[in-house]
Design a protein around this ligand. Structure first.
Ligand code: FUL
Length: 462
C-alpha cells in the first residue's frame, strides 16, 4: 500500500503537459457554415457559397483574446459538417469554393504569431460530408488533412479531438484510428499537446458548464485515459474491482478509494471547455454570459487544477461580436484587479517530522511583509514536475495569542489552487503591532498527502 502511494506520488507530467498547463487560459473559436445556418451541428450538405465572412479580421480576434488575458487560440479547422477552413487538397468542401476564398487557418495562425499568442486547432473526426466516412479509407483521408494542418501552418501548441461519432453521408459510422492520429502529431509537432476524451495529454473534464470537480486530480486510472502512458504498477486492490466502467462524467476519478483498484496510473490533466454564450457557434439571438459568471468559471477551472478553453464565436462578417469583445475586456480587467498585485509575503515550512523522526503532514506559516491588509485570495501551487501529492489542506489565520481561525478547507492543489476567502480576513503584520487586524499570519496545514509535499509557490492577493 505504501509503495503504491509512493508510485502514485511519482506520476509526472511530460514537458508538453507542463507547457500546456502554463498556457492556462486560451480561446476556442467555433466558426464555419453553422455560423450562417444558425445551427450547432451541420449535416454536411451546406453549400460552400453560404460561408462568406466579408470583413474577416483575425487580428481583431487576437486583440480581444489578449485583452481577456488568454494566451492561445484553438480554431475549429473542421467541425462535424466536414467543411474545411483551409483549402485542403483532399476535398472541394472548403473555403476554396466560397465567395471569399481565404485560408482562414493561415490567417488565424499568422494573427496569433503577430500577437504573440499560441495557435492550435480542432479537427473533428466525425465528418458528415466525406464520402469515405465509415470505411477504412476515411482514416487515410483524415490523416492527410491532419498532415496538411501539422506541416503548413507553423508551430502548433494544441490539437483538439472530440469523440463524437455519428453517421456519415453513407449512413455508416467510423472506427477512429486515434493511435495513428496521435503518432502523426508526435512526428510533425512533438511539442503539441493532444486533447481527447481519453487523453493522451489532456482529458475532458466531463461537462461544458465551466466547472472542475471538487477534487480534480491529474493523476487518474489508466482505465479512464487509454491513450496516456501508464506510469505505475497495479494498485493493491487491482483485480478486486473493475474500473473499465469509468467515464469522464464520473464525479470521483482520482481519489485514493478509486486508484487503489486501478491497473496503473497516468498523468492526464483536465481541460474545462465552455462558451462565452449558450452555443458554441454564433447565433443572432444569443448574448454573452455576465462577467460574474465568467469570473466564477475562471476560479473553478484555472483555480482548480485545470486549463480553461473559453469559446468566443465569430459572427457572419468574420468578426467577434462587440458585446463579446466588451465582455472579454471586462474579464481581463477583472483578472488584473484581482491578481495583478501580489501582497508580499514569506513562507516558512515547520518541521514535517515528529520528535521521533516520523514524517508528519506539513504545516507552513505565511507571514505578510507589509502592514495590515486584507487577504482575499490565497493561491497555492505544487511543484507538479515532481508529481501531484496534496490530498487535502486547511488555511487558518493565527492571531497574536496563537489562536487559529479557520479560513478555507480544500482538496487537491496540483498546478494551481485559487482559494477565495469568502470573509476577507484582515491579517496583521506582527512588526507593526497593529491590533486592528485579527491575525498576524496565515497557517497552511496539509492534512492529507501522497508522500512528501513540494510546494512551488504560495501567493496572496488583496
Ligand atoms: C463537441 C461538439 O459536438 C460540439 O459541437 C463542440 O464542438 C464541442 C467543443 O465538442 O463534442
Amino acid at each position: 500500500m505504501r509503495d503504491f502511494l509512493r508510485e502514485a506520488a511519482q506520476v509526472r507530467p511530460s514537458k508538453r503537459q507542463l507547457d500546456w498547463f502554463d498556457t492556462e487560459f486560451y480561446a476556442f473559436i467555433h466558426f464555419g457554415p453553422n455560423t450562417y445556418t444558425d445551427r450547432e451541428w451541420g449535416d454536411g450538405t451546406e453549400p460552400e457559397a453560404i460561408f462568406c465572412p466579408k470583413d474577416l479580421d483575425c487580428d481583431q480576434w487576437v486583440a480581444a483574446i489578449k485583452a481577456a488575458g488568454m494566451k492561445g487560440m484553438v480554431l475549429t479547422a473542421k467541425h462535424h459538417d466536414g467543411f474545411c477552413l483551409w483549402p485542403s487538397k483532399y476535398t472541394e468542401h472548403s473555403v476554396k469554393n466560397c465567395p471569399v476564398p481565404r485560408d482562414i487557418v493561415r490567417e488565424a495562425a499568422q494573427a496569433c504569431r503577430r500577437g504573440g499568442i499560441k495557435f492550435g486547432f480542432y479537427l473533428s473526426p466525425w465528418d458528415r460530408n466525406c464520402p469515405y466516412y465509415g470505411t477504412p479509407a476515411y482514416n487515410d483521408y483524415f490523416c492527410n488533412q491532419l498532415t496538411e494542418l501539422l506541416t503548413e501552418y507553423g508551430e502548433i501548441f494544441y490539437v483538439w479531438f472530440d469523440n463524437a461519432c455519428g453517421e456519415g453521408p453513407g449512413g455508416r459510422q467510423q472506427e477512429y484510428d486515434f493511435p495513428r492520429y496521435i503518432s502523426l502529431i508526435r512526428t510533425y509537432q512533438p511539442q503539441a499537446a493532444i486533447f481527447n476524451d481519453y487523453g493522451p495529454d489532456v482529458r475532458w473534464c466531463g461537462n461544458e458548464a465551466g466547472k472542475a470537480r471538487h477534487a480534480e486530480w491529474s493523476v487518474v486510472p489508466g482505465e479512464l485515459c487509454r491513450y496516456s502512458p501508464v506510469q505505475t504498477g497495479p494498485g493493491p486492490l487491482a483485480g478486486e474491482g473493475d474500473l473499465s466502467y469509468m467515464y469522464n462524467t464520473d464525479d470521483n476519478i482520482g481519489s485514493l478509494s478509486n486508484i487503489l483498484y486501478s491497473r496503473g496510473l497516468v498523468y492526464a490533466p483536465a481541460e474545462i471547455d465552455t462558451s462565452i454564450r449558450p452555443g458554441w457557434f454564433w447565433h443572432p439571438q444569443e448574448k454573452p454570459h455576465s462577467l460574474e459568471h465568467l469570473a466564477k468559471i475562471y476560479l473553478s477551472s484555472v483555480g482548480a487544477n485545470a486549463g480553461l478553453n473559453l469559446n468566443i464565436p465569430p459572427n457572419r462578417n468574420g468578426l467577434l461580436d462587440q458585446q463579446d469583445v466588451k465582455r472579454l475586456k471586462e474579464l481581463g480587467d477583472w483578472l488584473n484587479r484581482e491578481f495583478g498585485r501580489e501582497i508580499p509575503s514569506s513562507m516558512e515550512a515547520l518541521s514535517s517530522m515528529d520528535k521521533d523522526g516520523h514524517p508528519m503532514q506539513p504545516v507552513y506559516t505565511i507571514s505578510l511583509n507589509v502592514p495590515y491588509t486584507a487577504v482575499r485570495y490565497v493561491v497555492l501551487e505544487e511543484d507538479i514536475e515532481k508529481g501531484q501529492r496534496i490530498e487535502s489542506f486547511r488555511i487558518y489565520a493565527q492571531d497574536g495569542s496563537g489562536t487559529r481561525h479557520p479560513l478555507f478547507q480544500g482538496t487537491c492543489v496540483g498546478h494551481k489552487k485559487i482559494c477565495q476567502l469568502t470573509n476577507p480576513f484582515a491579517v496583521q503584520n506582527p512588526l507593526t503591532n497593529d491590533m486592528e487586524g485579527k491575525g498576524s499570519r496565515l497557517i497552511l496545514h496539509v492534512t492529507g498527502a501522497r508522500g512528501q509535499v513540494f510546494l512551488k509557490r504560495v501567493r496572496l492577493y488583496g
